[in-house]
Ligand binder design. Structure first.
Ligand code: AMP
Length: 228
């Protein structure tokens, strides 16, 4: 089962993605995580990506597209994958679709968390990352997942902020790219929705991101249960 996962930064994709990964037993491939790992290891890829990431801009397609296409060829992807954070613009969407079509690989499901831009921004500024597990949900602006003092509410681990989460200009920049209907991420979503109307795949699963983490999970599982 091959899945694409869309939603603006701050919509809770990371949390829900971890649930899908468990349920479907497929790798959750997050391009942002791959970049951040490369930055902390000091690799050449990390060095090339860092300045764009710090500004909230996209890393160039020349770097990102081959990185993702190579990742999808790794052994753990044999039974499918959940791609999160890619495609991020129309060009990436077209390139991914062409490459997969060429290899007769379908994208089976597209999941989209729909969330208003202002709510997404508030959530981003409040989120905190647990050093033990990035998928432990902690957010000082969301009552239900407020950290335990300055410690992770799941495991008591240290909490950190992502540098690009506290920079309003960088958040706005990321959201400008996401909500861009001409050639940004929403344009990529639209591209797949058009394919879906023509070909019946990918199946589209839309989720209401205003709800709590548990409610979004419930909607996700119900809707996924109907398609897979
Ligand atoms: P994220 O963790 O998804 O918020 O991604 C963090 C940053 O990584 C983004 O703001 C971009 O700079 C970069 N990035 C992630 N995915 C992509 C992509 N598909 N194309 C280009 N840059 C990306």
């Amino acid at each position: 089962m091959n899945m694409l996962f869309f939603g603006p930064n701050g919509s809770g994709k990371g949390t829900q993605g971890a649930i899908i990964k468990e349920r479907q037993r497929i790798p959750h491939i997050e391009t942002g995580v791959i970049f951040r790992e490369n930055i902390s290891k000091g690799t050449e890829l990390g060095k090339m990506a860092k300045s764009s990431i710090d500004r909230g801009e996209l890393v160039s397609d020349e770097i990102t597209i081959p990185m993702v296409l190579n990742r999808l060829k790794e052994d753990d992807c044999i039974n499918g994958w959940l791609l999160d954070g890619f495609p991020r613009n129309l060009n990436q969407a077209v390139r991914l679709n062409k490459t997969l079509s060429h290899e007769s690989i379908d994208i089976n499901v597209l999941i989209e968390i729909i969330l208003d831009r202002e709510i997404a921004k508030k959530r981003i500024m409040g989120r905190r990352l647990c050093v033990n597990d990035n998928n432990h949900p902690n957010n000082i602006n969301i009552e239900a997942i407020r950290p335990d003092g300055d410690k992770c509410r799941i495991c008591g681990g240290e909490l950190k902020k992502r540098d690009d989460d506290q920079d309003e200009a960088a958040i706005d920049q990321r959201h400008d790219i996401y909500y861009n209907t001409k050639n940004g991420t929403i344009a990529a979503v639209k591209y797949y929705k058009n394919l879906s109307e023509t070909n019946g795949v990918p199946v589209i699963v839309e989720l209401d991101g205003r709800n709590s983490v548990e409610e979004v999970t419930k909607e996700l599982i119900e809707k996924l249960g109907n398609v897979i």
